[in-house]
Design a binder for this molecule. Structure first.
Ligand SMILES: [Zn+2]
Length: 443
């Protein structure tokens, strides 16, 4: 199958391509971007030369694993060189760069992300797949309650709304109350936000405007930034609060918007396999995982992004394959979306532990508020897991009964016991962008 430039653009035919054709397209695109990176970036050339790999070595799928993986740190090292600020990861002349974004830098020096105009159109294409699969159409008026800035969040969502024909309303420099009032005034039908903010806005609507969020008649909500919309109990909370359908998507600055839930809700997200190669590798032995239900680290390649390519990038995210979806898309499904970060999957009291399982339990108890915090510490040689929660005011809940139920469910789900603290409602930190409710302070 020939790779044509038109394959880069939003074309629902690609979503239903038979698997063999899709795999053949993927291999050609993979080879093309590996050659591009090697020929145009000192970063990739050095990485591959050091590993003794040449793009010509890439003859079949078996050779893909020979391509060295790229770490976030590699971008940082390459970007310390000229030309500022993209350095040796840049594959095009600076004059071709039209978009600047950066990562948050919460784990170190930010990674700078250049895009050419063609790259940027591709980003918006990625998002057009997301929106279309979730039922966004030209009858939607989409509100974006977020202050767009140097981070990539919602910029592509905004442009992709236009691309699929939605009317899009930017809700930048407004506080939460003003945003809610604006949504009411313009009769928005949809909005996009992190799960934390979706829940926070519902609280504010009830507390500040004395209004049930359902009265805003929002039909669909697209979540980003955190895995919450794929955690069943959190999704249920959001859907009940707003009376709307809530959908997940996965994306990252260095990668692109690479996975999305569809209206058939397969219990996970489709990987956009026309634009990305997702490999799952075993956390212990590095073996490629093809079978469902086995967690692995996500290694990801963006086929069509050229200014700063993303080739076999070690995302540090964990996922597992699920069953095929009934919607007709042949793109594979990651069950439960992204399951968490590799560095958050840790051993507590000798038991393998993932923080997302605690979220599932907390959010399944209706007497508990949306916020919680989980802290791991050490007392002597012993691991101590402290869970801070809030009771919903006026729920009339008996603290002792809630405590018993919470302890029982946590033990069942995670095999661990916790020190549980009840905090005054509204006192645990609220997060606007990426929530950091999990803190491992043992090191
Ligand atoms: Zn589907």
């Amino acid at each position: 199958m020939e790779v044509k430039s038109s394959d880069r653009y939003w074309n629902p035919v690609l979503e239903t391509l038979p698997r063999e054709k899709l795999r053949s397209l993927q291999f050609k695109k993979f080879k093309r971007i590996v050659e591009w990176g090697y020929n145009n970036s000192k970063m990739y050339r050095r990485l591959y030369d050091q590993a003794g790999f040449q793009p010509d070595d890439l003859q079949s799928w078996d050779d893909v694993a020979k391509v060295p993986t790229l770490q976030k740190e590699d971008y940082r090292t390459a970007q310390a060189k000229e030309p500022w600020p993209y350095g040796e990861s840049l594959c095009v002349p600076l004059e071709k760069v039209t978009e600047y974004h950066q990562t948050s830098g919460t784990t170190g020096q930010p990674v700078y992300q250049p895009d050419t105009w063609e790259d940027w159109e591709w980003w918006n294409e990625c998002w057009a797949y997301i929106l279309w699969a979730q039922g966004f159409r030209n009858t939607d008026r989409v509100f974006i309650p977020f202050g767009y800035n140097v981070f990539i969040a919602y910029w592509a969502g905004h442009y992709a709304c236009e691309k699929v024909g939605c009317e899009v309303v930017p809700g930048g420099v407004l506080n939460t109350e003003e945003r809610l009032l604006k949504m009411k005034e313009i009769r928005a039908t949809a909005f996009m936000a992190t799960p934390t903010y979706v829940l926070g806005m519902a609280d504010s609507c009830r507390e500040l405007l004395k209004m049930d969020p359902r009265e805003l008649n929002i039909k669909r909500i697209l979540c980003a930034g955190e895995p919450g919309a794929s955690v069943p109990a959190t999704k249920r909370r959001m859907e009940e609060a707003w009376g709307a359908e809530v959908y997940d998507h996965v994306g990252a600055t260095e990668i692109g918007g690479w996975a999305y839930e569809c209206t058939s809700r397969p219990g996970g997200v489709h990987v956009n396999e026309a634009f990305f190669l997702v490999e799952l590798v075993d956390l212990e032995n590095g073996r490629l995982i093809e079978e469902p239900e086995r967690p692995g680290k996500i290694i990801i390649t963006a086929f069509d992004r050229h200014a700063q390519p993303c080739i076999r990038f070690d995302s540090k995210d964990v996922g597992m394959w699920g069953e095929p979806c009934g919607c007709g898309r042949t793109f594979r499904v990651l069950k439960g979306g992204v399951q968490g970060r590799v560095d958050h999957i840790t051993k507590v009291k000798g038991v393998l532990f993932s923080p997302v399982s605690v979220e599932e339990v907390v959010r399944s108890i209706s007497e508990l508020g949306d916020e919680y915090e989980l802290v791991l510490t050490k007392k002597g040689d012993m691991d101590v897991a402290t869970l801070k929660v809030e009771l919903v005011p006026g729920s009339g809940a008996d603290r002792t009964i809630v405590l018993q139920e919470l302890s029982r469910l946590l033990r069942l789900k995670t095999g661990l016991s916790y020190h549980i603290e009840f905090h005054e409602h509204g006192t645990l930190p609220r997060y606007l962008v990426k929530a950091s409710r999990f803190k491992d302070l043992r090191k």
